[in-house]
Design a protein around this ligand. Structure first.
Ligand code: KG4
Ligand code: ZN
Length: 340
C-alpha cells in the first residue's frame, strides 16, 4: 500500500534537515543543522547556503538512518522540498533525494515547502482536534507572510500576503538597527520584555483596509526614523527596549487585524493554525490564542522546532500527498513531479 517510512530532505534556505517519518506520523529520526556561515553577513547568503548543504547532507542522511535504526533499503519513499526557496540549496536536496530514490527503486515525492508548513498541524499530537480541513493558516517566517485557506491536500487558497517584507524579515531588520545581531526575532522579543509597548508611536500599514494583505516596510522605516543619527551608542537600553516593544506591538496589532479580515474571506474554518519562525514569538502566540478564543476557534501552533524549517514537515506532506492519491485510486508515480 503506502510506501513508508518516508525519508525527507529540507534544504530550501539555511537549515539542512533530514527526517524519517512513518505513515501514521511517528517521527523515527529528525535532524536539523543550522548553518553558521551567514552570521558575519547578517542574513542568508545563497551561495554559502548551497555549498553548506552540499557538504553537510551526505553525513546527515547517514546519521538520520542510523538514529532511526534503519538501512536505506528499509525506506518506502524519498521526499525533498523542491521549491519555493533558494535554488542552489533546493537542487542539492532534490538531487540527493532523486539519486537515492533511483538507486533504491523507490518513489521520489517532490514537496512544495509552503505546503509542508501548511500541513504540519495535521501531524498526530499537534492540534487537539487533528486540524480537519478546512482550516485557516497564518504562515509567518523570515521568507513568508501569508494567510491561507487550507481546504484539502493540494487545495490551498491564498487569502492574502505581504506586499513587501515578510514579518520575520522586519524583525531581523529592526534587530540590525538596534545592533542586536542576526537572526533578530528572538533578540527583539527578549529586549521588548523590558520595554513599554505604548512608548513609541509607530504606524500600522494596511490596518483596517479590506482584504488580508500585509505590509511591514513602512513600519521598518518608521523604526529607523526614531533612531538617532549615531545608532545604539546614543540610545539608552530603556529607549531601545521601548522601541522593540512598540515595534512588536505594532506587528501583532497588524497580524490580528489582518486575520479578522481573513475570517471574513473564509467563514467557517475548523481551526486557526499558525506556522513559521515568527510563530515562536510568545507575545504574538498569546495574542493569536486570545483572537481564536474570541472567535470560538480551536487554536493550534506546532512546537517551535516544527514551526521553523525542518524535514519532518516535508516527510509528512509527502505522506499526506500519497494518502490522498491512494484514496482517489491514483498511482504514486516515481516522478510525482520531477518538477523543479
Ligand atoms: O521559519 P523560519 O525558521 O525560516 C524561514 O524563514 O523559512 O523563520 C525565521 C524567522 C527569522 O526572521 C527570525 O527572526 C524569526 O523567524 N523569528 C522570530 C522569533 N524567532 C524566530 N521572530 C519574532 N520573535 C521570535 N521569537
Ligand atoms: Zn519555511
Amino acid at each position: 500500500e503506502m510506501p513508508t517510512p518516508v525519508m525527507a530532505i529540507e534544504s530550501s534556505c539555511d537549515d539542512t534537515a533530514c527526517a524519517i517519518v512513518t505513515g501514521d506520523g511517528r517521527i523515527l529520526a529528525d535532524a536539523t543543522l543550522s548553518q553558521s556561515g551567514h552570521v558575519p553577513f547578517g542574513g542568508v547568503v545563497p551561495e554559502i547556503a548551497a555549498r553548506a548543504h552540499l557538504s553537510a547532507l551526505p553525513a546527515l542522511v547517514r546519521d538520520t538512518l542510523e538514529a532511526a535504526g534503519l538501512r536505506a533499503r528499509d525506506l518506502g519513499a524519498i521526499a525533498a522540498s523542491c521549491g519555493p526557496g533558494l535554488i542552489g540549496g533546493l537542487i542539492v536536496g532534490a538531487d540527493m533525494g532523486k539519486g537515492m530514490a533511483l538507486a533504491l527503486d523507490r518513489p521520489f515525492i517532490a514537496v512544495n515547502h509552503i505546503e509542508a508548513h501548511a500541513l504540519t498541524a495535521r501531524l498526530p499530537g499537534i492540534a487537539a482536534n487533528g486540524a480537519p480541513f478546512p482550516y485557516l493558516l497564518l504562515l509567518v517566517s523570515g521568507g513568508h507572510c501569508q494567510c491561507i485557506a487550507v481546504e484539502g491536500v493540494g487545495h490551498y487558497r491564498r487569502l492574502g500576503g505581504t506586499i513587501d517584507d515578510a514579518a520575520g524579515e522586519a524583525f531581523d531588520k529592526v534587530a540590525k538597527m538596534l545592533g542586536l545581531g542576526w537572526p533578530g526575532g528572538p533578540a527583539v522579543e527578549s529586549l521588548a520584555r523590558e520595554g513599554d509597548p505604548g512608548a513609541v508611536a509607530l504606524p500600522r500599514p494596511l490596518m483596517g483596509r479590506p482584504g488580508c494583505d500585509f505590509s511591514f516596510s513602512g513600519l521598518k522605516t518608521a523604526v529607523a526614523q526614531k533612531l538617532p543619527a549615531q545608532v545604539r551608542t546614543a540610545l539608552t537600553r530603556q529607549q531601545a527596549a521601548d522601541l522593540a516593544a512598540s515595534f512588536q506591538q505594532a506587528v501583532s496589532d497588524i497580524v490580528i487585524d489582518r486575520l479578522g479580515h481573513a475570517l471574513d474571506m473564509m467563514p467557517r474554518p475548523t481551526t486557526l493554525v499558525v506556522a513559521g519562525g515568527v510563530a515562536a514569538n510568545g507575545m504574538l502566540r498569546a495574542r493569536l490564542r486570545d483572537f481564536a478564543a474570541m472567535h470560538d476557534l480551536p487554536f493550534a501552533a506546532p512546537p517551535l522546532r516544527l514551526c521553523t524549517d525542518n524535514a519532518v514537515m516535508v516527510a509528512w506532506a509527502a505522506i499526506e500527498t500519497m494518502r490522498a492519491r491512494l484514496a482517489l485510486g491514483l498511482p504514486i508515480p516515481d516522478d510525482i513531479a520531477m518538477r523543479p
